[in-house]
Ligand binder design. Structure first.
Ligand code: NAD
Length: 495
């Protein structure tokens, strides 16, 4: 029987007590059992919060310039372990080696950005904001000047809850900036991919972070619910599906925490007749089928406008047919498996829903040439999809592309705006006017122009609108600094 995967608390790996409800972490390509996670490890959650709370005061008092030295060293530790971490992602998540390297690289970007904390945390000063006239003893008898300053100070113990699809990067959206700002942190990674995140945190020990500053507890919903209502926790950062994001947001804020909760998506890519065809094919293929469609920035709907459909539909079907599906560590592979059997069943059932709704299934991933034994599904393309169909409105989170043929750019934007989500929207065009019209009218938080996956780099905030996000301050960028600090305002008069 495989071992129970533990936690990282107070600077050491902590074994979990046996028992309770457990799930197996399986390599989705091979079915190999990599370990088991205890879902209800609430005692470990309490220990992690206690470790973080115990470390907070002295870490917050450590000069920010010293705190970021740990991050500078940690960046180098991740560079040294780059290939090891990418291989770990491939084994428990299934994505291709190239995608896994991207997962680590984009995570390292966040560490580099967090190293800028000494500048990012600076406050503001306004001298002589008022004059006190009651002590007319100086300043030429005109009164004593009053100065005012705002400081950004850490908030305390911060919690992060992450999804399965970017096992290394999404935790790095959260904890480096949180600890750079002087907070301490408890991470609850997805129970489907706990090994990458645990290794990510264990490596913080090599960079010299004091014990307790960064902790991880593995588990499921019980652990999440314990952490987001824990009296010693001040903030909750969540990334995952919309249903859980809404639950976490309402529960955490009702318990008095500040919260930022990123949810699911249904992203459109509009293809104008004047678009560069090579850029479209490359962009749409990468967006719809990269990471096996398991990306919150996956373009899952293509909306060719006017006669663009005439060339686009047959070309994208042929290109999708050429995608080799296999295990992620196969150097020739373009698309790995989906995360688990339940996901495979959900994706296949959505394909059937599309057929039943009357869309034309032009490429059926269920019958594609795929390896036996793992959680594989081939790329699928639906043509003649109507905006009201479920396959156009609901997140499938798999390699299924729906083509909605539109008469005009305005029709395409209306279809995009008709979904409950608002994560991202993309337009392919050579017209600045079309691009600007699209950018202005599309109700989505992230916009791409001739870019299939418009993922903001770490210096910019990352989040969507509508049901793709609950909260005020987004992940990354200056929003992250604001989320992980609070203002302290000083009004000073020297007599
Ligand atoms: P998920 O919502 O199932 O799980 C996310 C986290 O929530 C996990 O840590 C899990 O343990 C926990 N969780 C699950 N059910 C819970 C419950 N009932 N109560 C409390 N906690 C619970 O998401 P997933 O399947 O791991 O990830 C895929 C989803 O994440 C997709 O919807 C995708 O769009 C979304 N996502 C969004 C972004 C973004 O930035 N908007 C980024 C990545 C992924």
């Amino acid at each position: 029987m495989s071992t129970t995967i533990g936690h990282y608390v107070g600077g050491t790996l902590l074994a979990d007590a046996a028992g309770g409800e457990q799930i197996s972490v399986l390599n989705p390509a091979t079915g190999e059992d990599l370990g088991r996670v205890r879902l209800d490890a609430t005692e470990a959650a309490d220990r992690a919060v206690a470790a973080a709370a115990g470390a907070f005061e002295s870490w917050a008092a450590t000069p920010v310039g010293e705190r970021v030295q740990c991050l500078f060293r940690y960046k180098q530790v991740l560079e040294d372990h780059f290939e090891e971490l990418a291989a770990l992602i491939v084994s428990e998540h299934g994505k291709t080696m190239g995608e896994a390297r991207g997962d680590v690289r984009r995570g390292i970007d966040c560490i580099e950005f967090a190293c800028c904390a000494p500048v990012l945390m600076m406050g503001n000063t306004l001298p002589q904001i008022a004059v006190s006239s009651s002590f007319c003893r100086s300043e030429d008898e005109g009164g004593i000047g009053i100065d005012s300053t705002s400081e950004r100070v850490p908030i305390g113990v911060c919690v992060g809850i992450t999804p399965f699809n970017f096992p290394i990067m999404v935790p790095l959206w959260m904890w480096p900036m949180a600890v750079a700002c002087g907070n301490t942190f408890v991470l609850k990674p997805s129970e489907k991919v706990p090994l990458s995140a645990l290794r990510e945190l264990e490596l913080t020990g090599e960079a010299g972070f004091p014990p307790g500053v960064i902790n991880a507890v593995t588990g499921g919903a019980d652990v999440v619910n314990r952490l987001i209502t824990h009296p010693d926790v001040r903030s909750v950062s969540f990334v995952g599906s919309t249903k859980v994001a809404k639950h976490v947001y309402t529960t955490a804020t009702a318990a008095g925490k500040r919260a930022q909760c990123m949810g699911g998506a249904k992203n459109f890519m509009v293809i104008m007749p004047d678009a560069d065809r090579d850029a479209v094919v490359e962009g749409v293929l990468g967006s719809a089928f990269g990471n096996t469609g398991q990306r919150c920035l996956a373009g899952s709907v293509a909306a060719p406008v006017g006669d663009a459909a005439d060339w686009f539909v047959p070309t994208i079907i042929e290109a999708a047919k050429g995608i080799t599906v296999s295990r992620g560590d196969d150097p020739a592979v373009k698309m790995g498996p989906v995360i688990d059997e339940a996901s495979r069943e959900r994706i296949n059932s959505y394909i059937q829903i599309g057929v039943d709704e009357g869309a034309k299934l032009a490429l059926d991933g269920r019958t594609a040439k795929i390896p036996q034994g793992g959680c594989f599904v081939g790329p699928s393309v639906f043509d003649h999809v109507k905006p009201t169909m479920r396959i156009c409105q609901e997140e499938i989170f798999g390699p299924v592309l729906s083509v909605v043929r539109c008469a005009s750019l305005e029709d395409a934007i209306d279809a995009l705006n008709s979904t409950d989500y608002g994560n991202m929207g993309v337009i392919f065009t050579s017209s600045g006017y079309n691009a600007r019209r699209f950018k202005t009218r599309a109700r989505a938080g992230m916009i791409g122009v001739n870019v299939g996956v418009p993922a903001p780099m770490a210096v910019f905030p990352f989040a969507g609108w509508k049901n793709s996000f609950f909260g005020d301050l987004h992940a990354n960028g200056e929003d992250a600094v604001r989320f992980y600090t609070e203002h302290k305002i000083l009004v000073t008069r020297w007599i």
